[in-house]
Each structure stands twice: as structure tokens, then as C-alpha cells.
Design a protein around this ligand. Structure first.
Ligand SMILES: [Zn+2]
Length: 90
């Protein structure tokens, strides 16, 4: 996914503009690893091998995504009962 395209994506839940942290790109400006976050609902959407994981909450596996987030130094909010939220300060 090209970085220029990634910047046009919005939150699938509330359509808010997303923030993007880029961790890895290739030589042609393709986003390989990163994480989108929504300033409105505080959901996170990791980008793994160039694929943004933006499926609805019920089709996502927290246990599969967590090691990637921790590798990137991102702490998901474990105390919140709603899944896939970042801590407030992220
Ligand atoms: Zn949102």
C-alpha cells in the first residue's frame, strides 16, 4: 500500500481521519508496517506485511495482533472491555 494512499484511509467505525505511525516502508514508498489510530474512538488498526487490518472487531484476534504492537512499543488498553483500543495517551 502506497503511503499516499494510506493517508486517505478513514476509521471504518466512525469515518474519522486516522493518525498513522509508520515503522517500515520499502524503497518505493509502500507502507509495510505501521499502525493507524483513530483520535475519536481510540481504536487501532495495525498494518502487517503491507495489509491494514481494518475488519470489524468481531473478526479480529487480539492475541494475533498484540505481539506486533508490543514489538512496535505500543501498549494496547488491556483494562478496557471494548477490544482494540489504545491507551488514551497513544
Ligand atoms: Zn474511530
Amino acid at each position: 500500500m502506497k503511503l499516499a494512499f494510506a493517508e486517505k484511509l478513514c476509521c471504518p467505525v466512525d469515518k474519522h481521519t486516522l493518525n498513522l505511525k509508520v515503522f517500515r516502508t520499502d524503497s518505493e514508498d509502500n507502507l509495510l508496517e505501521g499502525v493507524f489510530s483513530c483520535p475519536l474512538c481510540h481504536r487501532y488498526y495495525p498494518v502487517v506485511y503491507g495489509v491494514p487490518i481494518m475488519t470489524p472487531d468481531e473478526y479480529r484476534e487480539k492475541a494475533l495482533e498484540e505481539p506486533m504492537l508490543l514489538k512496535w512499543g505500543i501498549q494496547p488498553d488491556a483494562e478496557n472491555s471494548t477490544p482494540f483500543l489504545l491507551k488514551e495517551n497513544e
